[in-house]
Design a binder for this molecule. Structure first.
Ligand SMILES: [Zn+2]
Ligand SMILES: [Zn+2]
Length: 247
């Protein structure tokens, strides 16, 4: 498995960096995880968008979904020319209702929506995917992808809680929300982690490698990294365009 980082900013896009979006390659297939601003444009550095096999959406906040609207139009066009399969499966939460309904009403038959719930799991092409409901103001899911090659866990947007440690246990690569730094620690209750809390999660879960993401655009990235390193050594900050082998 390989993870390609498409966007790392939390909340809103930073200069030359979009928001949450990640491309996972497993068994030669490509899966798009979150579809934040800039996702469609940037992913074309790596693959033709017609090669996307399925889409996973952690939650329906704009910084994780805004490119769905243009991606679905690209699919509609390509499918009309028989350049890609139809429909593409998109797994996402069924709420907030107004956002869900708007997405559903925008899509014709180019995407097939499958709503996800806490504890759900699916198997696609020898990959087991499981979902854990996390702590964020709207319905949000962490995701775990397991294959013979390795395991990848994405926390999505969440504050720290015990079940997240179990869920992340032994991850070859843990991609974690690190929106805040220590100076903002009192803001963790808004449903995000500090870099240090993400590091604590990686340590407790005995993850092999930690990649920090959903970085607040105003934060100094060196500070983010240093604070995490105090707790857990094998950590880096996600950078757009990076490729990570998942073991
Ligand atoms: Zn977010
Ligand atoms: Zn969010």
């Amino acid at each position: 498995m390989e993870l390609i980082i498409l966007g790392t900013s939390g909340g809103y896009a930073a200069k030359n960096d979009g928001c949450a979006s990640y491309l996972l390659q497993a068994g030669g297939e490509y899966y798009l995880i979150d579809v934040g601003p800039g996702a469609l444009s940037y992913l074309q550095n790596y693959i033709d968008y017609t090669k996307i096999n399925a889409i996973f959406v952690s939650h329906l906040h704009a910084d994780h979904i805004s490119d769905i609207y243009t991606l679905r139009f690209a699919f509609y066009y390509a499918q009309g020319l028989n350049r890609m399969k139809k429909p593409i499966e998109i797994m996402m939460p069924g709420s907030p209702e107004d956002t869900y309904n708007y997405i559903e009403s925008t899509i014709k038959d180019e995407l097939f929506i499958k709503t996800i719930g806490d504890g759900d799991s699916v198997r696609i092409n020898n990959m087991d995917i499981s979902f854990l409901k996390v702590e964020h103001p709207v319905e949000t899911y962490a995701m775990r992808f397991d294959t013979d090659e390795g395991s990848f866990v994405y926390t999505a947007d969440t504050s720290y809680f015990n079940r997240l440690v179990e869920f992340s246990n032994g991850a070859g690569l843990l991609l974690a929300d690190a929106t805040f730094i220590e100076a903002d620690k009192d803001k963790e209750s808004t449903g995000h982690m500090t870099a240090k809390t993400a590091a604590k999660l990686a340590k407790e879960a005995e993850a092999k490698k930690l990649v920090l993401t959903h970085i607040w655009p105003e934060n100094d990235r060196l500070t983010v990294l240093k604070e995490a390193e105090e707790i857990y050594k094998n950590v880096i900050i996600a950078e757009r365009g990076e490729r990570h082998i998942v073991q």
